[in-house]
Design a protein around this ligand. Structure first.
Ligand code: GLY
Length: 398
């Protein structure tokens, strides 16, 4: 089949690689420094050029083009797309709408209130903040910068003031304690296929310290402390009732608490960097899985360590020369560009994903961390976490 992947991160590189493994002709744009290895597609968000290519399917990776209605545009333009329409992507692009959807269908999630003014936000904080604190969320897409977990009413009120000024509408949510995991469903109008649980590591430094990032590494599988089959069925029934069971991925951010799994958020796309480990260890054809073909049993453990620019998450300047990429490991590119001489440079905060699939986490860690030491940005080591693949227990606190 002739396929197009839209996007330019490590997730899209993983999608391209998985589709290519299935023997398909894969075009990719806007892409990054890895793109030369595939059929490049510069000027990717151009309907006429996409129509001229006559692809069998276009897979839209990132949240922004989905929220902007790219699937609607492609479909209206006579093309077949994988991803939600803008209306369906509201599950991700509006936290208020998404929480109200969960409440309408009795799906397990923390108690919350929607606030359109600072006064409403302050009243909700007083009502929902307890000894654990409270969570303040911007309603719209905020590239990972729209959520503040506040320890007390005072810091929550400050966060509300800042976020309200920027985003205009907030969700104030009771704070729950537990362990987070990422659960991705491949949705179709007539059913879904759940992928194994994965775990992201959002903080910049070891031991979950430092600022929040887009994700510094992932592992899969991790064992769920609770069965998830009923939650999957209830969720699909709720989506079906509201015509949200689109052809695309639904990322369910879960929190495992003493009361069972709670839904933290939905993202209407594959996770990044979850996709890097899920597709690298997927035991069958990715494209067939999208169409509902059952996958054989998953084997082994897969781990992704992100190599980041030393200024990340504040800055990704200056661009630095990348050297030492090994041949014997899967290296997925994210914030990279290639110059005319073929030299690779950093061009973003999260630069490379080093991915290993092995019989256990110890073996995967050894492969990845050996390679990480050899890769340099301007002759110096990159920043990466050294503890990915050591926190495997989601039930320890229960
Ligand atoms: N890794 C979290 C996300 O993709 O949103």
């Amino acid at each position: 089949m002739r396929l197009v992947v839209l996007g330019s991160g490590g997730r899209e590189h993983a999608m391209v690689r998985a589709l290519q493994k299935g023997g398909h002709e894969v075009h990719w744009g806007p892409g990054n420094g890895a793109q030369g290895d595939w059929f490049p597609l510069p000027d990717a968000y151009n309907l006429e050029k996409l129509q001229a290519l006559k692809p069998d399917l276009i897979l839209v990776g990132p949240e922004d083009p989905l929220a902007d209605g790219w699937v609607d545009k492609l479909t209206e333009g006579g093309l077949k797309a994988w991803g939600p329409t803008a209306a369906q992507a509201r599950l991700e692009s509006s936290k208020a709408w998404s929480k109200q959807f969960m409440r309408r269908h009795g799906l397990p999630t923390a108690d919350f209130a929607v606030a359109d003014t600072l006064e409403e936000a302050q009243a909700a904080i007083r009502q929902l903040c307890d000894h654990r604190g409270v969570v303040v969320k911007a309603d719209g897409l905020a590239a990972g910068k729209g959520v503040v977990v506040a320890d007390d009413e005072k810091s929550a009120a400050l966060a509300a003031q800042e976020l309200m000024a920027k985003y205009g509408r907030l969700v104030i949510e009771r704070r729950l304690l537990g362990e987070e995991a990422s659960w991705i469903l491949l949705l179709r109008p007539d059913g879904f296929q759940a992928l194994p649980l994965a775990r992201d590591h959002k903080r910049l430094r070891d031991g979950d310290s430092g600022p929040n990032t887009g994700g510094m590494g992932t592992i899969t599988p991790v064992e769920s402390p609770f069965p998830l089959e009923k939650l999957g069925r209830d969720l699909f029934a709720a989506l079906e009732q509201e015509h949200l069971n689109y052809f695309g991925a639904l990322f369910v951010g879960l929190l495992f608490t003493s009361e069972g799994p709670q839904i933290l958020e939905f993202n209407c796309r594959l996770g990044d960097p979850e996709t890097e480990v899920l597709l690298e260890s997927m035991p069958g054809d990715f494209l067939q899985a999208l169409y509902g073909h059952p996958l054989p049993e998953w084997q082994g453990c897969c781990l992704d360590v992100v190599l980041a620019h030393p200024g990340y998450p504040e800055t990704s300047s200056p661009s630095m020369r990348i050297e030492g990429i090994p041949e014997d490991l899967t290296v997925l590119q994210a914030g990279t560009r290639r110059d005319q001489q073929g030299q690779l440079w950093t061009a973003g905060g999260r630069v490379l994903h080093l991915v290993a699939h092995a019989e256990n986490y110890e073996a995967a860690r050894e492969k990845v961390y050996q390679a990480a030491q050899k890769i340099t940005f301007d002759g110096k080591p990159a920043h990466y976490r050294t503890d990915i693949g050591t926190q495997l227990d989601l039930a320890g606190h229960l």
